[in-house]
Design a protein around this ligand. Sequence first.
Ligand code: MLT
Length: 253
Amino acid sequence: MHVAESGSGSPLLWVHGFPLSSELFRRQFAIDGVRHIAPDLPGFGRTPAAPWSSVEAAAAMLREELTQRGVSRCVVGGVSMGGYIALALARTAPELVRALILIDTKETADTEEVRQRRMAQIERIEREQSVTFLVDEMLPKMLSPRSLREDEELTTFTRRMMSSTSPAGAISALTAMAGRPDSSDVLRSFPGAVLLLVGGDDPITPPGEAERMKNLSTHGELHVIPGAAHLANLERGDDCNQAIADFLQRLPE
Ligand code: MLT
């Protein structure tokens, strides 16, 4: 697995969303006093494809990567699909997860309608052997209309990152997301602190989802990031980093 590492200090595992890669966290690597560990899941970014079909399987692969790096406990941060996997880690390896940073994500399982849509996407990827249609469909939801209009560097960067997803990687992730369980119980019983960040204009996981998650978690803290769509941590890196650095500083040992 390709793993981007940066900084030194307390370990923080970053889990990317779909169809994205570890480059999603380029702004977060600026947070000091942290050993940032950001893997590319199989079939994404620079990690070659290898079949995986559940969020639990992804969590097990990440746990293995952490073990190889001598990390037995860390903060886990995830964006969207990365949040689903972070919650799977909290369910399957609770001793590993010191605290959670959940960005533009939700704890619920797919509805039947979303599951059907994912199955249709898998069929189309198989037919076309390409994820270009997904990139075209999803890019307008990843960034706000303003960034898409005015920030060419960010838009090109995001499109390129999305396009680095292989057809096999996308099929694995869609299968895993469609089959993921509801994680309300995990959130409710998680003993550590939970930081929730959400773009104020996120059309995929709107602020209402994050509010519900905050109400479920015992030690939840929510920041709605104005002017951001689905990739709040990328689009409004400074605002998110401030909330993340502040959260990390307050964490008990
Ligand atoms: C993501 O950004 O990871 C995806 O939009 C999540 C999803 O499709 O549920």
